[in-house]
Design a protein around this ligand. Structure first.
Ligand SMILES: *Cc1c(COP(=O)(O)O)cnc(C)c1O
Length: 374
């Protein structure tokens, strides 16, 4: 079986650094928001290239607290994509704002910036571009529209730590950049974790207060906040891993290149397109194939852990029923939802495994053609 991700292999590489770091935390008696969290905030801000970073419980909270700190709420509209993980719109829902969906570009699966302006109304307050699968959105166009209409930009970088657009890291273009350290992400911990990165001191202070029960001073509470602290064990693990992220991302890029070569002569497999201006960190390596659902099933039967991200676009999810979005609203999103298939992708993947994945995929596509006829 070749899994889509094998976290154990990465652990073996760093175990002799992670284990003493975790033991030190356990012996210290200080378990939440201590020196590891503080240091991680500095190291993360330095890595991404912002003045500040605030660590918290998850990427979902990073998005949600960014919206809160920018005073986005009831009656406000936030433009984002339906081709993403549900957490993106969940954050909009938590603050009682309204999601407005923009269609995607079929080559990059990212927000189609040319379709943004038509969606702007007097209620529009923010845009949440999602750097999906590790590739940066067209930030020049997005920032130009945001500037012209005076909108906030909150970047969902949960799949894209280390990715760049025109040499600049994602998370540094908009007002707030949001990251997740969920175990399957490019920089994943061994539990939940997340962070925002930003340059504005006031917004930073507000997020710091919101993440810890809505007050800057302990036992003095100015507004309803949440409990979204990060624990020291996760912070210690992330501090061990952060120095490796560029090396791991480079390996992912090499694997993507290798897959591209393996599929070069196979017309049935549409390989992911990387734009000249971007440095993609391949959180996923996502192809488009015919008879996708049959192929997916055959792959699993043949020991290849492929996955569909995501099988139902967000505008058609039950959670958004009350907005009355109809099928046909986002044709490119809806088409691509039926075609995409993500293949095994992680730094430790071997060339041999990639060859097996490619050969199995090509075989499964051939087989699917007969099956699709009956
Ligand atoms: C993982 C993810 C999130 C949410 O992160 P959590 O840490 O799981 O809350 C948000 N947006 C995208 C695009 C993600 O992939």
């Amino acid at each position: 079986m070749i899994p889509i991700l094998d976290s154990k292999r990465q652990y073996q590489q760093i175990a002799n650094e992670v284990e003493p770091a975790v033991i030190e935390v356990m012996r210290s008696g200080l378990y939440i928001m201590g020196k590891n969290c503080k240091a991680l905030e500095e190291e993360l801000a330095q890595y991404v290239g912002t003045k500040y970073s605030v660590v918290m419980n998850s990427g979902t909270d990073a998005l949600h607290l960014a919206l809160r700190a920018l005073d986005i709420g009831e009656g406000d509209e936030v433009i984002t994509v339906a081709f993403t993980f549900v957490a993106t719109t969940e954050a909009i829902g938590i603050v009682n704002a309204t999601p407005v969906f923009v269609d995607i570009d079929p080559d990059t699966f990212n927000l189609d910036a040319d379709k943004l302006e038509a969606l702007i109304t007097p209620r529009t307050k923010a845009i949440i571009p999602v750097h999906l699968y590790g590739q940066a959105c067209d930030m020049d166009k997005i920032m130009a529209v945001a500037k012209k209409h005076n909108l906030y930009v909150i970047e969902d970088c949960c799949q894209a730590i280390g990715a760049t657009y025109k040499g600049q890291k994602v998370g540094t273009f908009g007002d707030v950049g949001c990251f997740s350290f969920y175990p399957t992400k490019n920089l994943g911990t061994m539990g939940d974790g997340g962070a925002v990165v930003l340059n504005d001191e006031k917004i930073k202070d507000r997020i710091i207060a919101l993440r810890n029960h809505g007050g800057a001073i302990r036992y003095y509470h100015d507004e309803i906040g949440v409990n979204s602290r990060l624990d020291e064990i996760q912070a210690a693990i992330l501090r061990v891993k952060l120095p490796y992220i560029d090396e791991w991302n480079t390996k992912r890029r090499e694997h993507a290149q290798k897959y591209n070569e393996l599929f070069a002569k196979c017309e049935d497999v549409v390989t992911p397109k990387e734009l000249d201006d971007t440095y993609c960190v391949y959180h996923q390596y996502t192809v488009k194939v015919p008879n996708r659902d049959i192929v997916h099933k055959l792959l699993q039967e043949n020991g290849v852990g492929a996955m569909i991200y995501y099988p139902v676009p967000l505008h058609l999810q039950k959670v958004h029923e009350k907005f009355g979005f109809k099928e046909g609203l986002l044709p490119v999103t809806e088409d691509n939802t039926k075609l995409v298939l993500s293949l095994p992708m992680f730094a430790e993947l071997t060339e041999e495994e990639q060859e097996t994945v490619a050969k199995t995929l090509i075989d499964c596509i051939e087989k699917s053609k007969t099956l699709a006829c009956v």
